[in-house]
Ligand binder design. Structure first.
Ligand SMILES: NC(=O)C1=CN([C@@H]2O[C@H](COP(=O)(O)OP(=O)(O)OC[C@H]3O[C@@H](n4cnc5c(N)ncnc54)[C@H](OP(=O)(O)O)[C@@H]3O)[C@@H](O)[C@H]2O)C=CC1
Ligand SMILES: N[C@@H](CC(=O)OP(=O)(O)O)C(=O)O
Length: 348
């Protein structure tokens, strides 16, 4: 077993890490960190637990420590679920101390020597690790996963991008409240309402999408060049981000070919049979009223993205439209970091 720690273990994403790692065949949680508010307390006393399974027995009495590498002993991998502003300061310290940091925070994602990876999409970007260690003189390293809305979008774009020429993509999101953390959006703002703005989200979706689908030449990532424009909205759903995607292709195409590319999409994590990899990363539904968050967010144990309403505008044969749904704290956050770590453990 590999000893792992969770940074920000008491938060929404930290709890999801604990839940997903409960029966993991390779990773064993041996350290939990949080802010000074929680440090020194047993985990079960420090946390306000929001998951739908009980706090795993193995961590109930674990004493939470400060988020400081000197407090985290004999750990090989740390999963970071810290707020971005803390992650920016703290994650480099853990890498410097020799630990492998699988980060879910946005702080380091666009650093040129930090891999931003979805294992099914761009595993080759992990070669940046060697460059990062050389540049920074670290024994450890930082690997990041994208923003929750970006991951779900890019898992559906990848099989299409590999076979067709995309000119432009427009996306309108309907994002769950858990994406903002437990105290993120007041109930008064969400009941009988929606909020048509999520700070920084559109910029992240647009830049991360092109970066993930970019070419790695052995030293740098050259971003993909099609147009991406997004509009992000918070809706009264607990878990699961829904996105309406509108695409313009370079030329006419056959809708059945696109459907097949999505349905048959499998990549390195499936070949390697990684523990958290869903058999099919993208599931296509034919019903006109799917996907829906309550019914579809746990497909592939929360690691698959469901696509529905695949269609073309009759008057515009280069157009493709669909609706997708991904679980924002599983595939969009903790599950994504865990899959990155599983891939790294397997190939490095
Ligand atoms: N929720 C989601 O769907 C997604 C979230 N993310 C990202 O994941 C990260 C965590 O998000 P989320 O779990 O929602 O956030 P929460 O606010 O729920 O949790 C934050 C965690 O960080 C700890 N923390 C806060 N301040 C400090 C500090 N100064 N030093 C050390 N630890 C600190 C908190 O500890 P304490 O309890 O002691 O305060 C808590 O454990 C963020 O970067 C977020 O942007 C990414 C994708 C999706
Ligand atoms: N902003 C996302 C969640 C999030 O924290 O994203 P990021 O990991 O890019 O900071 C949401 O609100 O649903």
């Amino acid at each position: 077993m590999v000893n792992v720690g969770i940074l920000g273990a008491t938060g929404m994403v930290g709890q999801r890490f604990i839940q997903l790692l409960e029966d993991h065949p390779k990773f064993e949680i041996t350290a939990l960190t949080a802010s000074q508010r929680s440090a020194g307390k047993k985990y079960q006393d420090a946390v306000t637990w929001h998951m739908d399974t009980p706090i795993p027995e193995a961590v109930q009495d674990t004493v939470v420590v400060d988020t400081d590498p000197s407090q985290v002993k004999d750990v090989e991998i740390v999963f970071s679920a810290l707020p971005a502003e803390n992650a920016a300061i703290v994650e480099p310290k853990f890498a410097e101390a020799g630990m492998k940091v699988a980060s879910n925070a946005s702080a380091m994602r666009m650093e040129p020597d930090v891999p931003l990876v979805i294992p099914e999409v761009n595993p080759e970007h992990l070669d940046l690790i060697e460059i990062q260690q050389k540049n920074r003189g670290w024994d450890g390293f930082i690997v990041t996963n994208p923003n929750c809305s970006t991951i779900a979008l890019v898992l559906t774009l990848k099989p299409i991008y590999d076979q067709f020429d995309i000119n432009r993509v427009y996306v309108s999101t309907m994002q769950a409240v858990s994406g903002a953390g437990y105290n993120g959006v007041p109930s008064m703002a969400m009941i009988d309402n929606l909020v048509p703005f999520i700070g920084g989200e559109e910029e992240k979706m647009e830049s991360e999408t092109l970066h993930l689908l970019g070419d790695f030449d052995g030293e740098n990532v050259e971003p993909a060049t099609f147009g991406v424009s997004t509009s992000c909205h918070r809706v009264p759903v607990v878990d699961g981000h829904t996105e309406a995607v509108f695409m313009e292709m370079d030329e006419e195409f056959n809708l059945e070919d696109v459907k097949k590319s999505l349905q048959t999409f499998q990549a390195l994590p499936q070949k390697l049979n990684l523990y958290s990899a869903p058999e099919h990363p993208v599931i296509v539904r034919e019903e006109e009223n799917r996907p829906q968050p309550r019914m579809d967010r746990m497909r592939g144990k929360g690691m698959a993205v469901t696509v529905g309403r695949l269609r073309q505008d009759p008057t515009f044969p280069q157009s493709l439209k669909y609706v997708l749904l991904g679980h924002n704290t599983v595939r969009g956050a903790a599950g994504a970091s865990i899959l990155n770590a599983e891939l790294i453990a397997e190939i490095m």
